[in-house]
Design a protein around this ligand. Sequence first.
Ligand code: AMP
Length: 209
Amino acid sequence: MNIVLLGGPGAGKGTQSDKLVDAFGFCHISTGDILRGAVKAGTELGKKAKGYMDAGDLVPDDLIIDMMKERFQQPDTAEGVILDGFPRTTVQAVALDSLLAELERPLDAALLIDVDPEVIVARLTSRRMCRECGYIGNVSDGDTCPKCAGEMYQRDDDNEDTVRNRLDVYAKSTAPLIDYYRGSDLLVTVNGCQEPDKVFADIKELLGL
Ligand code: AMP
């Protein structure tokens, strides 16, 4: 199955991807995770992307599309992928369509995790992540990851100003993809304001998993 996850920053795309991977072994591709890895490793891509990411702006389409073309060359993508954070613009969505057509792998669904923007601000400013295993938690987890005992930290772009900018960017550049995928009959919507396990149960039902 090839699935695009849609939804604003903090809608729960990472959390639901983790659940889908744990339950079904899908290959999860998060462009945000790849970019954060590139920044940490100090690669050319990381150097180019860092300023955009810190401001909550989108990294230019050509960099993202080249990065994803390379990622799709890896064999773990062949059985199906969950795309988390890509596409984020119509240009990226069109590029994904051609890439999948070239690889003869159809897109099965675009799953929108729908959450109210004010809920997102509260969620993201209290979000914490594990440096070691990538676990997504909350300020209530304290400094230690409940999964692997690694160090919990706050993402640079999870402060309130940047979160509000990321929401504006989402509304302007990414929300139009909802109509894009509705037009090709691939859109399914889940209410993301519920408990994560309930969201996951709904997703399984919607996708027939
Ligand atoms: P995320 O972890 O998905 O919230 O992404 C964190 C940041 O990485 C975003 O705010 C953007 O700066 C950048 N980013 C991630 N995915 C993309 C993408 N598909 N297109 C452009 N920028 C991206």
